[in-house]
Design a protein around this ligand. Sequence first.
Ligand SMILES: [Ca+2]
Ligand SMILES: [Ca+2]
Length: 55
Amino acid sequence: MDKNQDGQISPTELQEALAQRTGNTDNGLLNMMFKSLDANNDGMVSMDELASLAI
Ligand SMILES: [Ca+2]
Ligand SMILES: [Ca+2]
């Protein structure tokens, strides 16, 4: 999922991963998912944050 391998998932990376897996590109859903993943609200989802949800 981490395309540029910086150890963080950006909203764009999450969107691409979501589109690839589900074909869903709905922005509302994406924002909701991203917010729930981004526990510390820094605008990026770290591997720790991702692991805590275990997608
Ligand atoms: Ca990244
Ligand atoms: Ca974060």
